[in-house]
Write a protein that binds this ligand. Sequence first.
Ligand code: IMP
Length: 427
Amino acid sequence: MSVVIVVGAQWGDEGKGRVVDLLAARADVVARYSGGTNAGHTVINDFGTFKLHLVPAGIFHPDCICVVGNGTVVTPGLLVQELEDLQRRGISTANLRISDRAHVILPHHMKQEALEESARGDDRIGTTGNGIGPAYVDKTAREGIRMADLIDPKVFRSRLAAVLEAKNRIFTRVYGAAPLELEPIVAEYSAYAEKLAPYVVETSALVRQAIKDGKRVLLEGAQATMLDLDFGTYPYVTTSHPVSAGACLGVGIGPTAITDVLAVVKAYSTRVGMGPMPTELLDEDGEKLREIGHEYGTTTGRARRCGWFDAVVGRFSTDVNGATRIAITRLDILDSFPVLKICVAYELDGARIETIPTNAAELARCKPIYEELSGWMQSTCEARTFDELPEAARRYVDRIAELLDVPVDLVGVGAARLQAIVRRELP
Ligand code: IMP
């Protein structure tokens, strides 16, 4: 039996989908535990290139049960689209299960987010615009609509009517915006409900049973540690709990079931949206990372901010997630840099610090203190064992493991399934 959490250790887009796709070959269950369509996983495998937003990356493995857990928020129209796209391309979605407890994102969430973001002006969060924040706020405010409600026509209509009335008061009186009409939303979402209903079940019992039966379970995180509502760079964060602790809650299992936590780090740093990023490069190196790495958002198409690897962030992440293993992705993107830098500490107002300040304004004042390593100036894409990597690349990987104090078990050297070096048998 193994229950492994795959968690992003930076600001998202570390390549978790790629790692899950690799590990899912041996998993019986892959369950997504948080977030919604704000996530975008690009998976390249024998079937082609796929951009998944909500469906777990295990969907490409026919024997794997894929769960969209109770901790997620579901955008019905986009999920239907994603499923139909997979089916059209020959991928069966029969093994998908959607939690009846997952909350539904509705048009009023998208509208509310757009109004709030524009009202924030320069202080905007830079959200993905998917309505994620307002949906989680409504969940906490006990005004949410869950998948179980969506697929019950009577309940859906009456819950939506009540919620929409309250939302429309805010739209019209606070923002001077137009109200939303009930009937078109009921019609559109009832059609989605019909298509999704066959997949909706009480998924937590299913995951617990799989664990009791000694199965291999992968818990797939979305977003990442530095975007966590509690531990990220608040308020420039998402509204769920991407950290490993969020996995238990997000699928409905106890912490004693977890056997491993695999933290995924990219070989350099990226961030989308606003908020501090100490190693951000606004120079040619940043541009080079973005272009070689095609660092543009899967969900929004926005150019990602790029920078050197930040080991202060990395160490904080491995600590807060209780990571037992690290996967480094996209090492090959660094192949043509003669000199590489790793941030080992910050300078804050003249003092050296090795931890992340809680306050975003203080983090924004932090200047990275770098250690320089020589690059390897040759392709790593063909390496399939650690020894086949150039010596400088091995040194780079080993230095990250040392600074983060957790072994690096997997190194990604390309987007394809095969382009990975497994150093220690993965769970
Ligand atoms: P939200 O999750 O759409 O509310 O956006 C909140 C913040 O999280 C913004 O800075 C987004 O750019 C960021 N964010 C959300 N999802 C992802 C992701 O999958 N990758 C990277 N950044 C993300």
